[in-house]
Structure formats: C-alpha cells, structure tokens
Design a protein around this ligand. Structure first.
Ligand code: ADE
Length: 244
C-alpha cells in the first residue's frame, strides 16, 4: 500500500476526489483515508504544518497500515534565483536546516543517528510522471490561473530540499539557510522529518515540491493562494500518471 502525505488539505483535495474510499480511520487528530486511487491501494493523509506534525502523522500511518512506500507532495519556497513559481522540485536528499546541536555535533547532523541528510529512493518513474505532466500542464488549468501566478513553461529540477520549523520570508533567512546548505533548491517545513522517519522504519520515500513562492516578502501572500488554486492539481496530475 502506498502512503501519500501532504501538509495541507488544499494540496490533496483533488486526489481525495479521485479516491474510492474503502475505510476512514481517525487517530491523533488526523484522518487517514484508505482506498483505491487509479487502481492502486493507497492511504492519503494530511499532516498539518511542521516537522513534529509530519513525524507524528507518518509514524501513525506506518503503524496502522502495511505501507510499502511513502510519497510526499506539497509546496515550497524557492531558495535559488533561477527557480520560478510553478517549477517542480523532485527531492533526491533532505536536510533539517534548523537542527543544530553544535558544538556536540555538526550543524544539521541528527544526534545519535550519524546522518546529516536523508536520500530519497529517487525513482525514474516519478521523474517520468513529472516530465509527462509538464509537457501537458496547460490542460490542467484555465488561462487566468496560469496568468495570475505567472506560470509559463514550468520546469523540474532534482536535488536537495531543506526543512525546518520556520516559514521563510526574507533574503536574510534565505542566506542563513544557504550558508549551511548552499545547494539547497527549496525550503519547506516537513519533508526532512518524513524522510528521517522513513529511514528509521526502512520505507522507500519520495517527495515532490512545487514552488509556490520565492521565500521573500511576498511569500505569505503567494503561498496560501497557490496551494488552493494550483498545488492540488499538480499533485493529482503527477500522481495519476505515476500510478497509472
Ligand atoms: N512552504 C511554502 N513556502 C514556504 C516558505 N517560504 N517557507 C517555508 N515553507 C514553505
């Protein structure tokens, strides 16, 4: 069974619309929707924001269902200047930018686990689904929405995603993160926590993040609107191709 997680309900509304629900379980203030999605057995859950919420949700998911792989889908703020709103990041590794037990351990190293980053399973299938989605992206949106968010020719990139319990909305905060992780592509608040739990339970993990904002002064305006109007369609479009 595939576990599919997002941080916000808006990011998975379209997936839930396509899910043939067999069972719904409520635990720890989360609802786990089990059923068939494009002919695959899945469980869908939204975690709420932050590393603790994501870890608690994932741990419950792994202990309540027979999960063979986990896919996280959501939005993120861009950390690199070449990225635009609507671009997709496929994570190949994740780090917790706010973990800092120095001088006992190097910054970002998870104490007693001997790891500073968690690799994803990085399957060619998810990359192919993303490529296919991007070739056809305009059919998922009306012209006004693409214009509103200035989405033109979105691209995908593979690389490092960083997570922390912080909404990033200034160049100053971006620079602090990039000093620690210069090649990080985007920042969000859950991925590296989910990656750590998957590592500890030995479950394959993949993540896609859609750039919703540039982690600057506008990000608090861009981000919720984008999550509502755009991100959910990316998630359902890409996962439909991935699961078909
Ligand atoms: N998720 C989406 N945008 C974000 C940002 N700017 N900072 C942290 N998490 C985000």
């Amino acid at each position: 069974m595939i576990g599919i997680i997002s941080a916000m309900p808006e990011e998975m509304q379209f997936l839930l619309n396509d899910l043939q629900i067999a069972k719904t379980i409520k635990k720890g203030k989360r609802t786990y929707y089990q059923g068939k999605l494009f002919n695959n057995e899945v469980v869908i859950v939204f975690s709420r924001w932050g590393k603790v919420a994501a870890s608690a949700t994932l741990t419950q998911l792994l202990n309540s269902f027979d999960i063979s792989e986990v896919i996280f889908s959501g939005v993120a703020g861009a950390l690199q200047k070449n990225l635009n709103i609507g671009d997709i990041i496929i994570g190949t590794a994740l780090k917790q930018h706010d973990m800092d037990a120095s001088p006992l351990y190097p910054a970002m190293e998870i104490p007693l686990l001997d790891k500073t980053s968690f690799k994803t399973s990085n399957s060619p299938k998810l990359e192919k689904a993303t490529q296919y989605f991007l070739v056809n992206y305009s059919k998922y949106f009306d012209k006004e929405t693409l214009k509103e968010f200035e989405i033109k020719n979105p691209k995908y990139y593979k690389g490092l995603i960083v997570s922390g319990d912080q909404f990033v909305n200034s160049d100053e905060k971006i620079n602090i993160i990039l000093k620690k992780a210069p090649n990080a592509l985007c920042v969000e608040m859950e991925g590296a926590a989910v990656a750590q739990v998957c590592y500890e339970y030995d479950i394959p993990f993949q993540i896609i993040r859609i750039i919703s904002d540039k982690a600057n002064d506008n990000s608090h305006i861009d981000f919720p609107l984008f999550a509502k109007k755009v991100a959910g369609k990316y998630a359902s479009g890409i996962l439909e191709i991935y699961l078909s």
